[in-house]
Design a protein around this ligand. Structure first.
Ligand SMILES: [Zn+2]
Length: 232
């Protein structure tokens, strides 16, 4: 299915920022040593982080960082996809485990590449690196962080997002702005359900108009009106 382009950038940001509720904060313990999976709060480029349920392209790295690496079995690794999250990408198995949407048994073993040294490019322009590979399993993550609680059988599956449209004081939102907000709203539901493999649902409520006193609390100096996004 082809995704509408105009909202893809919004999906990149929404997908990424919402996932910060859960990731990317964990480490792993390998051979008794705690290893970093990236600079907080994102996965490092060396992390093997293929997306479980892709959104824009057949091969994607997690929207929270990491890469999709091809092990060339000669000490080099080809970076099939980097951590740039435009066009919008989905969530890795590790992300989905930390989100409470898949079990530990569903997370394939992965790895972390350190000491990356660029050595060239393949015929398709993908960069090739020499690196040190450390195998990581979900049990290595659990060894540091403990198991995900609540577990996959008791985790939250229904989510709701509020969209707030902000316009200058005394102005009304243009029909185009409302239409854009609704476009984002529609695609966000699709993005979420697609990238979570339909293991979680998303609703997006239209926003109630706030009272002036509440608006003052939010903005302090600049006066704005917060207006409802019309339902479809
Ligand atoms: Zn971030």
């Amino acid at each position: 299915m082809e995704r509408p382009v105009p909202t893809n950038y919004a999906m990149s940001h929404l997908g990424h920022e919402v996932c910060h509720r859960w990731t990317a904060y964990v480490s792993a313990k390998v051979d008794g040593k705690i290893i970093s999976l990236g600079p907080w709060p994102h996965w490092g480029p060396g992390l093997q982080a293929p997306v479980a349920f892709h959104y824009s392209l057949p091969t994607e790295a997690s929207t929270m960082g990491g890469s999709v690496w091809q092990d060339n079995f000669d000490g080099t690794y080809t970076q099939l996809r980097d951590f740039y999250y435009v066009p919008a990408t989905g969530y890795s198995y590790l992300d989905l485990y930390l989100m409470g949407l898949i079990s530990a048994a569903e997370v394939p073993d992965f790895f972390m590449l350190n000491n990356l040294v660029a050595v060239g490019k393949d015929a398709n322009g993908h960069r090739i690196f020499k690196a040190d590979r450390t195998k990581v399993t979900i049990q290595d993550v659990i060894a540091v962080e403990g198991p995900r609680l609540p577990d996959v059988d008791h985790s939250q599956r229904e989510f709701n997002t509020g969209i707030v449209v902000v316009v200058e004081h005394g102005r009304s939102p243009s029909p185009e702005l409302i239409e854009r907000a609704n476009g984002i709203r529609y695609q966000w539901i699709d993005y979420w359900e697609t990238t979570t493999g339909h293991r979680a649902s998303m609703t997006v409520n239209h926003v109630e108009r706030l009272q002036t006193s509440e608006i003052t609390v939010i903005t302090r100096q600049s006066a704005v009106d917060i207006l409802p996004v019309q339902p479809w």
